[in-house]
Design a protein around this ligand. Structure first.
Ligand SMILES: *Cc1c(COP(=O)(O)O)cnc(C)c1O
Length: 459
């Protein structure tokens, strides 16, 4: 008797389970063999893109083996349960203190918390601004029914914040040649109902930093002249973990007294695995009491500030691992290599001919990203959307998208360089870009603007 048939559980693809279609919308009646189902599910993931070749996302797609081990060790840790997992809570508190230090918060208790990402952090930072404004208005006996928030061209989380919390969004539109907020444009929109101004450190569309200090100075002048005291919240989703290491002289953080809160994504340039962000307030008084829930499970009082309740603790633990393992030196090295590669990509793209570089990845002016458009009046037989499609053939995701309000007729393309995008990978991408251009020259094709699929770039 053949040993092969002794244990029918050894069969994988020969088993009937996998030679028939698995349920897609009804709940199966019977249980199944774990190995076969594992293979079926694992195989399906092959059809997802290769994340390392996804140059659209700002999020981490490569982690050290130690991080994988720590994530596994933390699979049971619920960060909200500070009684059961006091050490995870302690590690979060250390990260908060380290960030207060990194972002130059004044002496005093570090005020902030982890979140699931910058989006939740933006909701909390935004809500604190709204509550502080309401309290000031009530104290003056004035109405609180028309709050507004001023931003430049922002990530979708700020559209969510204003819509979910009934705040008027005054978004400074892009005008030809100006793709960022400027102090002049901010001042035009300020009034007594402005709860705050949100500059972005690393604008989604181009990668550039908005001028936090210039906006802060302008708001100082406005306060001297009119008495209006309008706070700043910095969306440092990317820049919060870049500027401190690669452009330390840039004043964008709590060194500016008007900056009352900051958000950043741990899972972007904080180098932690997906699922962690941070919100920090300048000092305790900037976080309204009614946003804090006190949990006394630990004998002492623990602050709970969050939209979620249960949440995995591994990302926080790994964030702390990164802080200790890399320090300022390690972050500067990793991000410095990304900036160097971005500059290299910008030079090579510029030399190809048809492109105008919008942002070249200069570390003092933005994040390690390159964005470009087709030269005005360039006679190409293709659009950037065609080029993006062509690169997909080799697995690269290099998104092309139209710009927001007032520049909707302009398309740009962007590459985000992050940890794990080596110089050789950049060179291979450039090779594929050149072949794509040759192909598109030989086979002209134009996707009309407006019919493109611009999804997937809002990271
Ligand atoms: C990514 C990003 C966000 C959203 O952050 P998540 O961590 O994905 O929730 C917000 N603002 C900016 C500028 C971003 O780059």
């Amino acid at each position: 008797m053949s040993r092969k048939t002794d244990n029918p559980d050894d069969e994988i693809y020969g088993a009937r389970t996998l030679s028939a279609s698995l349920p897609k919308s009804h709940f199966p009646d019977q249980e199944e063999n774990p190995r076969r189902i594992y293979m079926a599910v694992r195989d399906e993931l092959m059809l997802d893109g290769n994340s390392r070749q996804n140059l659209a996302t700002f999020c981490q797609t490569w982690e050290e083996p130690e991080i994988h081990d720590l994530m596994d060790a933390c699979i049971d840790k619920n960060m909200i349960d500070k009684d059961e997992y006091p050490q995870t809570a302690e590690i979060e508190a250390r990260c908060v203190r380290m960030l207060a230090n990194l972002w130059h918060a004044p002496e005093g208790p570090a005020t902030g918390c982890s979140t699931t990402g910058s989006s939740e952090a933006a909701m909390l930072g935004g809500l604190a601004m709204k509550r502080r404004w309401e309290a000031r208005r009530r104290a003056q006996g004035k109405p609180t029914d028309k709050p507004n928030l001023i931003t430049g061209p922002v990530q979708v989380c700020w559209h969510k914040f204003t819509r979910y919390w009934d705040v008027e969004h005054r978004e400074i539109p892009m005008e030809n040649g100006r793709m960022l907020m400027t102090p002049e444009e901010v001042l035009k929109l300020c009034d007594e109902n402005t709860i705050g101004v949100v500059p972005t450190l690393g604008v989604t569309f181009t990668g550039e930093f908005e001028p936090v200090k210039a906006v802060s100075d302008a708001l100082d002048t406005l306060e001297r002249e009119t008495g209006l005291n309008i706070p700043i919240h910095v969306d440092g989703a990317s820049g919060g973990f870049l500027a401190p290491f690669c452009a330390p002289e840039l004043e964008w953080d709590f060194r500016l007294p008007r900056v009352r809160s900051i958000n950043a994504s741990g899972h972007k340039f904080g180098l932690a695995p997906l699922g962690v962000g941070w919100v920090m307030w300048r000092e305790e008084a900037d976080l309204p009491d009614e946003m804090v829930f006190w949990v006394n499970y630990l004998g002492g009082d623990m602050k709970d500030i969050a939209l979620n309740f249960s949440r995995p603790g591994g990302q926080i633990v790994c964030q702390y691992y990164n802080f200790l393992r890399l320090g300022r030196e390690g972050y500067a090295k990793i991000h410095g290599a990304c900036y160097d590669s971005a500059a290299y990509l910008a030079r090579e793209l510029d030399a190809m001919g048809p492109f105008e570089i919008v942002f070249d990845g200069d570390r003092a002016r933005g994040i390690p990203a390159v964005s470009w458009k087709l030269k005005d009046g360039a006679e190409t037989g293709f659009t950037l959307f065609d080029l993006a499609d062509r690169l997909r053939v080799r697995g690269w995701q290099v998104p092309a998208y139209t710009l927001p309000a007032h520049c909707e007729d302009q398309a740009v393309q962007r590459i985000l360089v992050r940890n794990g995008v080596s110089r050789d990978l950049c060179a291979m991408l450039l090779e594929d870009l050149r072949s794509a251009l040759t192909h598109l020259d030989a086979h002209p094709h134009k996707t009309p603007l407006g019919e493109e699929d611009a999804s997937g770039f809002h990271h």
